[in-house]
Design a protein around this ligand. Structure first.
Ligand code: BTN
Length: 262
């Protein structure tokens, strides 16, 4: 099913996220389009949505397989008046918002893996790639690029990720309305974004810790060829993972790829 843009525009009228929708049947990457819009001064809440991407981007220069008529590929422009050092709170918040929405379709089977992968039955169902634009110490805007595997068949994933990726339709055994998931995503993101601006990061952090089952797990985090191994204690106010290393050293890891060893 195609996105119904008329309904989407009507439903999101008066809301912050989705106030302007830039839709493409196909584009290189919604993140690139959103970044250009951000530079051109697009207001926060502007979203870019595509049915397919030719060059969908994942974290660490990986690609994000983005075939048509199946999934959600969207990028959202936000201009939070927060300190640059707190910019990572925004993708953490997006993970929380996405996880809550997906949990409605597969109750109890969704979890968050730091920093913001959403897992369904321990396989990746959604990923977030954020880009920040800043001048000196000021955060101009942040792009939240969110991909959700909605109606993807197992066979359409590349060989490389077939065992570690999944979609809502694979796990529920039925076709899911991308439109419904998308509207809930924008609405829930807006709810959490407003909470963050009003009350700060504590509520987001608390919710993230509940939704991620990582606390107490032994994990290995790789970043630029370096590996840290430790037991997860939580996340700090800038969204960094807190690890207890060697039983007595607290290490805050701000970026990387985490593997749960249990
Ligand atoms: C990850 O590696 O987990 C992040 C994947 C992010 C994919 C989304 S799809 C919409 C947006 N546009 C892109 O090119 N990437 C993000």
């Amino acid at each position: 099913m195609k996105f119904d843009l008329k309904e989407l525009n009507e439903t999101l009228t008066g809301k912050l996220i989705g106030r302007d929708i830039h839709y493409y049947d196909e584009t290189e990457s919604t993140n690139d389009v959103a970044f250009s819009l951000g530079i051109a001064g697009a207001p926060e809440g502007t979203v870019v949505l595509a049915d397919s991407q030719r060059g969908g981007k994942g974290r660490f220069q990986r690609s994000w397989h983005s075939p048509p008529a199946s999934n959600i590929y969207t990028s959202i422009i936000l201009r939070p008046g927060i300190r640059l050092s707190n910019a990572s709170q925004i993708p953490i918040l997006a993970g929380v918002a996405a996880a809550e929405v997906l949990d409605k379709y597969c109750p109890g089977k969704i979890s968050l893996k730091w920093p913001n992968d959403v897992l369904l039955n321990e396989k990746k169902v959604s990923g977030i790639l954020s880009l920040a634009k800043f001048t000196a110490n000021h955060l101009d805007f942040i792009i939240l690029g969110i991909g959700i595997n909605v109606n993807m068949n197992q066979g359409r994933f590349s060989e490389e990720i077939r065992k570690t990726a999944t979609s809502l339709s694979i796990e529920t055994g039925r076709e899911i309305s991308r439109q419904d998931v998308l509207i809930s995503l924008y609405e829930n993101l807006e709810k959490w974004y407003k909470k963050l601006l009003q009350y700060g990061f504590d509520r987001v952090k608390e919710r993230w810790i509940k939704l991620s089952s990582m606390t107490g797990d032994t994990v290995e985090v790789n970043f630029l060829g370096e590996t840290v191994r430790g037991i997860v204690e939580g996340i700090d106010d800038s969204g960094s993972l807190i690890l207890m290393v060697d039983g007595n050293k607290k290490v805050h890891v701000s970026a990387g790829d985490a593997t749960i060893l249990k």
